[in-house]
Structures are given as structure tokens and as C-alpha cells.
Design a protein around this ligand. Structure first.
Ligand SMILES: [Ca+2]
Length: 231
């Protein structure tokens, strides 16, 4: 009669298996975890509506070959402002079409590095508006720098206090699985200020130091391939 020999696992062997399982589960959980900040801006310390372009204050995770900083449309105005914010005034138009044609928008963007893939999940946007500031906007993106696709209509809350809103990108097919060499340009037009005087500094809108400390405008990703090991 043949005898099967069953070797009992040593205590050390069991420890190794358990440790491996814990590490594996942790890795799976981390991989499934959504929303890392790809790059972002902290408006703390800014005044007079900040520079344009404004490079991210939180540098990009590896995975991008370049980032285009926040830039004001050519008809936005700046002036003296003690508030820690980036933006301006002059959002005088009555529609998205006119706001775009009138260069009253902000832009930023990035290019994915070769060999990497990025999927976007959210834009976290903290803002404040003046007493006559615009109360609506539209967040859009472009993959060719010319043709922009609407993502979300925005409604801005009460003036004179900072607010934070999340713009959901997870369901936008054109912003998932972006491969190396892809350049994304974002554009947000705001409009419907009180009055049509472009010099009315109370008709302002700006990214605001609402999250203190921390970034006030962030690009968040749910999935990156090829860059986890190179952070
Ligand atoms: Ca901040």
C-alpha cells in the first residue's frame, strides 16, 4: 500500500503565504482605489489674480511629457486684489458661444508621455466670485486643440465665499485610456456677470484658496498604466 507523505507547513512557510496574501490584497486594493492627483494648483500666496500662464504648484506625477499651465483668455482683466486667487474679471458675455468668441475663458492641458496611459476621473475646482461675477460656465475639452466637447455645465454659488465643486470626467469616453502622445486641452468659459462693463472689477471669478492647506484646482486620475513603478 502506497503511502502519501504530507509534509506539514512550517510556521515560517505559513507566515510567508499569509504575508504574500496580505501584500497581494493590498496591491489589488491600491490598484482599484480611485482618484490620485495628477497635478494641481494651490492658490495660497497669490494676489492680483496671479500670473498667466500659471504652472502647476503640485508637479505632475510621472506619466506626462508636458503640462500647459492655467492661462487667461485674452479679454480677461486683472487688477489689484488682495485675495488668494487666480482668475480675473471681464466675463461680460451672455452665452457660451459669445464667451468663447470673446476670449473670456481659462485653458490648461497636458500631453501623455510615450508608453503611458492615463484615465481621468475628476476635476476638483475651488472658486469664488465677486458680487457681480459670472454665475454660469461650461467645462470642455479638446483632443486636437480646435474642436471642443462639452463636459459639464457649471453653476456658481453665492459670491464672496469659497466653494468647491467636482467635475466628473469618469463617464467621458474621450478622456479615458489616453495613450502616449495624446494632448488634451481643457477650456472653461464663464459668463453672465452683472452688467457688460469689462472694467467692472466686482464682476470677478477666480480659483480661490478654499482648501487651506492643499490644492484648490486639481486634475484627478483613476487609472494609470506604466507609471506606477516610476513615481
Ligand atoms: Ca489652498
Amino acid at each position: 500500500m502506497a503511502h502519501r507523505i504530507i509534509l506539514p507547513l512550517s510556521v515560517f512557510g505559513r507566515f510567508l503565504i499569509i504575508a504574500f496574501a496580505v501584500v497581494l490584497l493590498g496591491w489589488i486594493a491600491a490598484a482599484a482605489h480611485a482618484d490620485e492627483e495628477l497635478f494641481g494648483w494651490d492658490a495660497s500666496g497669490l494676489s492680483n489674480f496671479g500670473p498667466s500662464p500659471w504652472a502647476p504648484t503640485t508637479a505632475p506625477l510621472s506619466g506626462l511629457s508636458s503640462v500647459a499651465g492655467l492661462a487667461r483668455g485674452t479679454n480677461l482683466k486683472t487688477g489689484t486684489s488682495p485675495l488668494a486667487g487666480w482668475g480675473g474679471f471681464g466675463w461680460i458675455y451672455g452665452s457660451e458661444t459669445d464667451a468663447v468668441a470673446g476670449n473670456t475663458y481659462l485653458t490648461f492641458g497636458f500631453t501623455v508621455a510615450q508608453g503611458d496611459t492615463v484615465s481621468l476621473s475628476n476635476i476638483s475646482e475651488s472658486y469664488r466670485r465677486g458680487s457681480g461675477g459670472p454665475d454660469v460656465g461650461e467645462f470642455t475639452y479638446s483632443l486636437d486643440g480646435t474642436n471642443f466637447v462639452n463636459v459639464a455645465g457649471l453653476t456658481f454659488g453665492a459670491f464672496s465665499s469659497g466653494q468647491t465643486t467636482l467635475i466628473d470626467l469618469s463617464g467621458v469616453a474621450g478622456l479615458q485610456h489616453l495613450t502616449g502622445g495624446t494632448t488634451v486641452t481643457f477650456r472653461q468659459a464663464n459668463w453672465h456677470s452683472t452688467g457688460t462693463d469689462p472694467g467692472n472689477s466686482s464682476a470677478s471669478w477666480f480659483i480661490y484658496d478654499t482648501n487651506i492647506p492643499g490644492d484648490d484646482f486639481s486634475v484627478l486620475v483613476s487609472h494609470r498604466v506604466g507609471i506606477l513603478a516610476r513615481r
